[in-house]
Design a protein around this ligand. Structure first.
Ligand code: NAD
Length: 296
């Protein structure tokens, strides 16, 4: 069934997601503070909106893909924001990566007004957003999840219900902390193997079939050579930047402090990526940590 969809936040990720919704035949109204981003969305099948009010007034679904929690709260709750203008049956789906607490407090406020709302952050980068192969981790009521699922499936290949509000962000924060740590561990392993006399391909052939195997190795190898598509073979151009990894590790740290969870390695990983940022590498791919491990 085709729906009226409002899409707010047409950056690196949102532009591809919006294009996939329009390509599937949905009526998409697109809004961003950046007029160029709106023009690009129009070129891929959306209708331009110049205000949030115009974007959301007819929409059954309001999708946001914004930089951080403060932007989501502002777009939802400002006087000229989504809550002031959405129609009463609208379901709000926030796909941005934001803090678990920020997601839960947003839903609590939205609930008071009577709208349904989901946190639905994604895994997979810009290429997956364009290709429609994202993984969605969704928090919220089951009925709202079932209503959103066909829309999310237009933009992704895996759509998981993680439980009540905030659980999508909780899954995302734990997953990305694991990714940040495993990229460092993989880099250390390749460096150790090399120093002990193995070249990267030989170590990869063995470890990718042994118990050290992980995504950071087999899909995104930080050592140049074994995985041709990995950023290591393109001077560590992103991909997923050091700055984005730092954002996610800081969200994990805050969440862990609030929940009383011990994340000693997560905290060390945050410090290491912060050192990369201090060295001017924030816009390199986070797998550039391999160079740091090698040089130390
Ligand atoms: P981006 O900075 O490229 O895009 C954000 C867009 O939001 C920009 O076009 C900006 O103009 C717009 N925006 C900001 N404030 C606004 C407002 N008040 N009203 C309307 N538009 C506004 O960011 P991105 O890389 O597309 O990431 C979006 C979200 O997805 C982030 O939360 C990020 O952590 C998450 N994420 C990104 C990736 C990735 O690889 N880039 C992967 C997974 C998740």
């Amino acid at each position: 069934m085709m729906s009226n969809i409002a899409f707010i936040g047409l950056g690196n990720m949102g532009s591809g997601m919006c294009a996939n919704l329009a390509r599937a035949g949905h009526q998409v109204r697109a809004f961003d503070l950046n007029a160029e981003a709106v023009a690009k969305a129009v070129a891929t099948g959306a209708v331009a909106a110049t205000t949030i009010a115009q974007c959301v007034s007819d929409a059954s679904f309001v999708i946001t893909m914004l930089p951080a929690g403060k932007h989501v709260h502002s777009v939802y709750f400002d006087d000229d924001g989504v809550l002031a203008h959405a129609n009463e049956n609208a379901l709000l789906i926030d796909c941005s990566t934001i803090a678990v607490d920020e997601a839960r407090s947003a839903v609590a406020k939205v609930d008071e007004v009577g709208y349904g709302a989901l946190d639905a952050p994604v895994s997979g980068g810009v290429a997956a957003a364009s290709a429609g192969t994202l993984t969605f981790m969704v928090g919220g009521e089951t009925a709202d999840f079932e209503r959103a699922k066909p829309i999310l499936e237009t933009m992704g290949k895996n759509v998981f219900h993680a439980g009540p509000s905030g659980n999508g962000q909780a899954a995302k924060t734990a997953n990305n902390m694991l990714l940040g740590i495993s990229m460092i561990a993989t880099s250390e392993a390749f460096n150790l193997a090399e120093k002990l006399g193995l070249d990267a391909q030989t170590f990869f052939d063995i470890s990718s079939k042994a118990s050290g195997q992980c995504w950071s190795m087999t899909s995104y190898c930080p050592a140049p050579g074994p995985v041709p598509t990995s950023p290591a073979n393109n001077d560590y151009e992103p991909g997923f930047t050091v700055a984005m990894m730092l954002k996610d590790l800081r969200l994990a740290e805050d969440a862990a402090d609030g929940a009383g969870a011990d994340i000693a390695f997560g905290k060390q990983a945050e410090q290491l990526y912060a050192r990369l940022e201090d060295q001017g590498l924030s816009s390199k791919d986070f797998s550039v940590v391999m160079r740091h491990v090698k040089d130390d």
